[in-house]
Design a protein around this ligand. Structure first.
Ligand SMILES: *Cc1c(COP(=O)(O)O)cnc(C)c1O
Length: 225
């Protein structure tokens, strides 16, 4: 199947899951995760009318996106991979949304860069709901204080929270946990759910799902991150 068909199918599934949860399909954004895929492949999704994309590496996105952003209006590019502080400048210049803000040092670097570049990006704070050592994200116990720092002190435009559940656990409890942290902090957006579990994420309140494989097909395993 082609990418346009895949997109249509995923959007149908999102709509069905939303309806089942008595939510509006239009309240859920589809972030098409184009990491590793070529500009040619991404162009197919753009031609099909899709505009919201996710990439996990700044350098890869820099090679692929500026020309596509020239060619297509209204692209909204999300960074969904971990960000090093020394890449904050490049990330602010290229992306529209950063979903992986997970520590004070990075939050401060982003605030400084946005001010310098006169650009306000929406951000999500990534929460390491499974407390995995190898994964980025603020620990749940530090989440309230980190949200306060980003939103109230640094005046960042915090849209909501993002999580990547542990691969070997039932994702739903992580989705529920993320929703809980967002709710008690009055944050309305939740970026959660990938190809294998976005319908479940929608049942737990996802407002944004990040779907790669179901849109673009399987990625070459070696470069996958
Ligand atoms: C790659 C990636 C996705 C998409 O995963 P699929 O299983 O291919 O849908 C979603 N979120 C993050 C953070 C990713 O790195």
């Amino acid at each position: 199947m082609g990418i346009a068909e895949n997109l249509a199918q995923v959007k149908d599934s999102i709509a069905a899951a939303a309806q089942e949860a008595e939510r509006q399909p239009s309240d859920i954004d589809l972030v098409a995760v184009s990491k590793v895929h070529t500009a040619e492949t991404v162009r197919e999704a753009l031609v099909a009318g899709h505009r919201i994309f996710g990439e996990n590496r700044v350098q890869e996105a820099q090679g692929k996106w500026p020309a596509l952003q020239e060619e297509f209006d209204g692209v909204q590019l999300h960074l969904i991979g971990s960000l090093q502080t020394n890449k904050a400048k490049d990330a602010v210049a290229l992306f529209d949304v950063i979903e992986t803000v997970d520590r004070p040092k990075l939050a401060r670097a982003l605030a400084t860069e946005m001010e310098k570049q006169g650009k306000t990006l929406d951000i999500y704070l990534q929460i390491n709901t499974g407390e995995e050592d190898q994964k980025g994200g603020c620990l749940p116990k530090d989440a309230d204080e980190f949200i306060r720092l980003c939103r109230d002190e640094l005046k960042l435009s915090v849209k909501g929270l993002m999580c990547i559940p542990p691969a070997d656990e039932e994702p739903s409890m992580h989705f529920a946990f993320l929703r809980e942290i967002a709710k008690r902090n009055n944050l309305s957006c939740l970026s959660m759910g990938m190809s294998g579990d976005y319908e479940a994420a929608i049942r737990f309140g996802a407002t944004s799902v990040r779907v790669g494989t179901a849109v673009f097909g399987t990625r070459p395993p070696k470069q996958d991150a």
